[in-house]
Write a protein that binds this ligand. Structure first.
Ligand code: FES
Ligand SMILES: [Fe+2]
Length: 371
């Protein structure tokens, strides 16, 4: 079905199988600098990693009613998630079969899908229903024309899509998270705000940085006071890792309980504080630029105390993010400098980085194997 440029068309010249061998944490070297600095890896990442994984594309609350739809891009490809007349959620490429126009420009609601270019209409199930002024076209049978499907799935109120066939189901990817964070129900939290950041580093440098608390005392003096660095721990599962720390703060969202930071390969972060979920989605834009979207969700957004807590949460998260962006952008310059090839990892503090980088190596190996 898919005729998109394949990973083999995009193999970076500097990619070597030797750099992709699995390694144990104690022996591990980081991913080599060209994987962050060589522009050939941008397209390769899209095909080897992003097209083959489950990507978060929206909230189930956006597609509750028949005709609700979500517009998104996965691995640079336009897609659409639509609630059909039978209540099933379906995914399609947002690409009309006439001349590749878009069926929807933004998330919203419609009783049918009408192409924004010349107005062909499709049912919510993706079947072409009407194509005006096509009577003279020979062998043109609208019943044979259907939008290309995309796999979609829902987990805890979040909607995901996969444009290629990933090796794993969405349930396999997320296995164990729900049980571990209980009694928190992510689907019971309400969306509040999205804040978008443009970060001038490779997406993998941003993810690496997220995955360790090693930098906390040096980069985040404020946050370090609220978390217990000594008790900060990292665990890994097959497709995700998680960090957690007891909260030492006296007020606001950091007052008591635990912070959980889940990273779902390759680019989704679920940051949980009591009564609050902040998702981060990392989108590669080019080799040295990623876009990071922070969505804030809360159990309570109404009371005065909740409003004050949310204002403080947004302010403080932005402060921490500015600190992370500044260091990630410096690291990107270091990776591009020619003065760095690969380094060693702290087995005590960088297990999450190692886990992520092993999954990147695995995705790259599999792309080479498909050659
Ligand atoms: S491209 Fe969709 S109607 Fe022409
Ligand atoms: Fe950080």
């Amino acid at each position: 079905m898919n005729r998109h440029l394949s990973a083999r068309d995009a193999l970076p010249a500097s990619l070597s199988r030797r750099d992709l061998e699995p390694c144990l944490l104690a022996d591990a070297r980081t991913l080599p600098a060209p994987m962050y600095a060589d522009s050939a890896f941008h397209l390769f990442d899209q095909e080897a990693v992003f097209a083959r994984s489950w990507q978060w594309v929206g909230r189930a609350a956006e597609v509750r009613a028949v005709g609700d739809h979500i517009v998104a891009e996965v691995a640079g490809r336009p897609i659409l998630g639509v609630r059909g007349n039978d209540q099933a959620l379906r995914g399609f490429f947002n690409v009309c079969k006439h001349r590749a126009g878009p069926l929807a420009l933004a998330s919203g609601h419609a009783s049918q899908l009408q192409c924004k270019y010349h107005g062909w209409t499709y049912t919510l199930e993706g079947q072409l229903r009407a194509a005006h002024e096509m009577q003279e076209a020979s062998d043109f049978d609208i019943s044979c024309i259907h939008l290309d499907p995309v796999r979609v799935g829902e987990w805890q109120g979040l909607v995901f899509a996969a444009v290629e066939d990933p090796d794993m189901t969405l349930e396999q990817v997320m296995a164990g998270i729900q049980e571990r964070i209980a009694p928190i129900e992510l689907s019971a939290l309400h969306f509040h705000t999205r804040v978008t950041y443009e970060v001038h580093c490779n997406w993998k440098a941003y993810v690496d940085n997220y995955l360790e608390g090693y930098h906390l005392p040096h980069v985040h003096p404020g946050l370090n006071k609220l978390l217990d660095y000594r008790a900060y721990a990292t665990h890994t599962a097959e497709w995700y890792s998680w960090q957690h720390s007891p909260l030492d703060g006296t007020q606001g969202p950091y007052a008591g309980g635990e912070a959980h930071y889940y990273f779902v390969f390759p680019n989704l972060m679920l940051n949980l504080l009591p009564g609050r979920l902040q998702t981060n989605l990392v989108i590669p834009i080019s080799q040295d630029h990623c876009r990071v979207m922070f969505d804030y969700h809360y159990a309570d957004m109404e009371s005065d105390a909740a409003r004050a807590m949310i204002a403080e949460d947004l302010r403080f998260s932005d402060e921490v993010q500015q600190e992370d962006m500044a260091i990630c952008e410096r690291v990107q310059r270091g990776l591009e400098s020619g003065a760095y090839t690969a380094g060693r990892l702290s087995p005590r503090r960088e297990a999450g980085v190692h886990h992520f980088q092993e999954l990147v190596r695995k995705a790259y190996r599999e792309a080479l194997d498909r050659k």
